[in-house]
Design a protein around this ligand. Structure first.
Ligand SMILES: C[S@@+](CC[C@H](N)C(=O)[O-])C[C@H]1O[C@@H](n2cnc3c(N)ncnc32)[C@H](O)[C@@H]1O
Length: 270
């Protein structure tokens, strides 16, 4: 069902969630240690790098980027003005360029960046393959793109809620999207917060990075994005939107304690 994996639904979701995002979401699910482990794959260690953070939100990942690259060389893009408004209040990000925009249709020319980073956003993109092909297009030849995202939960109830909420791909899907977009040397690293039971063998999330081997757009020919923010909604679409937003948000809300409890229970049993 993946009810919030749509642009208008995700926009409204973050209209609400942005109010609590920094306080309640990142400290539990996307921690500074996970961010450091993921950003290692982005190779932010060369001088003069120009970096794009797509789906930058309130700037938690961007704060990790600007610890490695001067903020004036970092561009943040997100489709949510509410998330970006919070990023704009952070002194460490004051020198970053901040733009509203769609990760599936980036407002930049080909080969414009040395590095592309996107953390925790792919799960909302209606066409993730298109988003990864856009990552390929905007990175220069030899540059690196890094995408961080969740993995389909192993536990049945958490999986059902996750599938109702948004996209939780398999590791194989991430690899296939990178390969199809044209990336070479694709690397995958598993990530998990401290409370997660890694002994179960099931992945929590992954960081996936690839190198762009040739200049220009992705060899994958792409149709225009299937959804655009702000396009007029007829009555049917409005009703669909309202249903998806209500049920999808509830599933997202329920997912958090269920996933947490299941994990802690599995850990105790072990
Ligand atoms: C879970 S937050 C992650 C924010 C940030 N990257 C971080 O590390 O905290 C997901 C972000 O993706 C953004 N987003 C979702 N779909 C998007 C799209 N199609 N284009 C750009 N941003 C998008 C949301 O607005 C939200 O700010």
């Amino acid at each position: 069902m993946r009810l919030i994996q749509h642009k208008a639904e995700a926009w409204w979701f973050y209209r609400v969630v942005s109010k609590v995002y920094d306080r309640w979401v990142n400290p539990l699910f996307w921690t500074p240690r996970m961010r450091d482990e993921a950003l290692e794959l982005a190779r932010l260690d060369a001088p003069g790098l120009r970096v794009l953070d797509a789906g930058a939100g309130t700037g938690f990942t961007t704060e990790g980027i600007v610890a490695r690259v001067p903020a004036g060389q970092v561009v943040m893009v997100d489709q949510s003005p509410h998330q970006l408004a919070r990023a704009r209040r952070k002194p460490a990000l004051a020198a970053c360029e901040v733009r509203e925009g769609d990760a599936e249709d980036l407002p930049f020319g080909d080969d414009a960046f040395d590095r592309y980073v996107s953390a925790g956003s792919i799960e909302y993109w209606p066409d993730p393959q298109r988003g990864i092909a856009e990552a390929y297009r905007v990175v220069r030849e030899g540059g690196t793109a890094l995408v961080v995202g969740p993995v389909r939960p192993a536990q049945a109830l958490a999986r059902r809620l996750a599938d109702t909420w948004m996209l939780f791909p398999s590791e194989e899907e991430y690899r296939a999207w990178f390969a199809a977009a044209g990336f070479a040397d694709v690397e995958v690293r598993r990530l998990a917060p401290d409370w997660y039971d890694e002994a179960s063998g099931a992945a929590y999330g992954v960081a996936v990075a690839g190198r762009k081997p040739a200049p220009g757009p992705s060899p994958l020919g792409l149709a225009p994005p299937a959804e655009r923010l702000g396009e007029p909604m007829g009555l049917r679409r409005r009703l669909l939107f309202a249903g998806r937003f209500a049920v999808g948000s509830l599933a997202g809300l329920a997912f958090v304690p269920v996933a947490l409890l299941q994990t802690l229970r599995a850990r105790r049993a072990r």
